[in-house]
Design a protein around this ligand. Structure first.
Ligand SMILES: NC(=O)c1ccc[n+]([C@@H]2O[C@H](COP(=O)([O-])OP(=O)(O)OC[C@H]3O[C@@H](n4cnc5c(N)ncnc54)[C@H](O)[C@@H]3O)[C@@H](O)[C@H]2O)c1
Length: 292
């Protein structure tokens, strides 16, 4: 039996790049796949349902089960429609892989309101909205006595977790997604839902648009292609299995490397049993100061 046999999965942004690889891999592992993709440009402009349709057709041609869906994940009704489309087509929903994304890189002093809003919408709201509608369905199923293991996998980025300059909009959204995943893990455990997050590294149109990266990511003759986006999908499939042994975690994945990312943690402490003065704090914090 394959690892995702008979399970129903929505994969957002699955018309291209990493999401496309997830869709093909999931189908191979026995999942019934909803291939979602709005089909816009790198910066989110425009739409085209062809990429989603092509991936769904490719899966069906290989004997798998898939439908295409072109809803915008950042649109409230669109996300609801996406979740309903899975349930109508396949009778249930077990897995949501939130992966859709865009980039509008700019340093903070030059960033426009539109650049900020578009990136926050597609990533942060685009993770929340499908999760929200799936969670509501899972709660109803659980209450009706049809509860079972369901899985959420979200897509963060080292650009956010480790604060990459020039990507304040993207980084803030990606960091937010990792925390969103942890909160989903805590809130939805009562419905047997596990929620985990990945921070991938792969050669896609998003990373190829970043100056300097294309050369680093070009495959070398005969060597393992460590930037192949297909390398990310086994981890996402594992996190989507009934037997997944994690929740609330974030994993970095690139090539053959999978690393657990540590969450924010409390560190150096100063403390007194009274309210601080500014001078008192300055003196107490001096031994651990960064800019001394
Ligand atoms: N490639 C990397 O190294 C890397 C690194 C860190 C994080 N990521 C993240 O991985 C995810 C996949 O990115 P990728 O590199 O495969 O890029 P990609 O551009 O190849 O794929 C992203 C897909 O999302 C779709 N999409 C965009 N906005 C959408 C919306 N509103 N609704 C539905 N679909 C939408 C696009 O049409 C596109 O097909 C993104 O969340 C990205 O931020 C990628």
């Amino acid at each position: 039996m394959t690892s995702l046999e008979g399970r129903v999965a929505i994969i957002t942004g699955a018309g291209r790049g990493i999401g496309r690889e997830h869709a093909l891999f999931f189908a191979n592992e026995g999942a019934k796949v909803v291939v979602n993709d709005l089909g816009g440009a790198n910066d989110g402009e425009g739409s085209d349902q062809t990429p989603a349709e092509e991936v769904a057709a490719e899966i069906r041609a290989q004997g798998g089960e898939a439908i295409a869906n072109a809803d915008n994940v950042a649109d409230w009704e669109g996300a609801q429609h996406l979740v309903n489309a899975a349930i109508e087509a396949f009778g249930d929903l077990d897995i949501v892989v939130n992966n859709a994304g865009i980039l509008r890189d700019r340093v903070i002093v030059n960033m426009t309101e539109a650049e900020w809003d578009a990136v926050i919408a597609v990533h942060l709201k685009g993770h929340f909205a499908p999760t929200r509608w799936a969670a509501a369905y899972w709660r109803e199923e659980h209450k009706a006595g049809r509860g079972k293991r369901r899985n959420l996998v979200h897509t963060s980025s080292t650009s956010g977790l480790f604060s990459n300059p020039g990507q304040a909009n993207y980084g803030a959204a990606k960091s937010g997604i990792a925390t969103f995943s942890q909160i989903a893990a805590k809130e939805l455990s009562r419905y047997d839902v596990v929620s985990n997050c990945i921070a991938p590294g792969a050669r896609t149109r998003l990373t190829l648009a970043t100056p300097g990266l294309e050369e680093i990511m070009t495959p070398r003759d005969g060597a393992f292609d460590e930037w192949d986006p297909a390398n990310i999908s086994p981890l996402v499939a594992y996190l989507s299995t009934v037997g997944c042994q994690f929740t609330g975690e974030t994993f970095f994945a690139q090539g053959g490397v999978v690393k657990r990312v540590k969450s924010w943690e409390m560190a150096d402490t100063v403390e007194q049993p009274a309210k601080w003065t500014v001078d008192g704090l300055a003196a107490a914090l001096a031994p651990i100061a960064d800019l001394a």
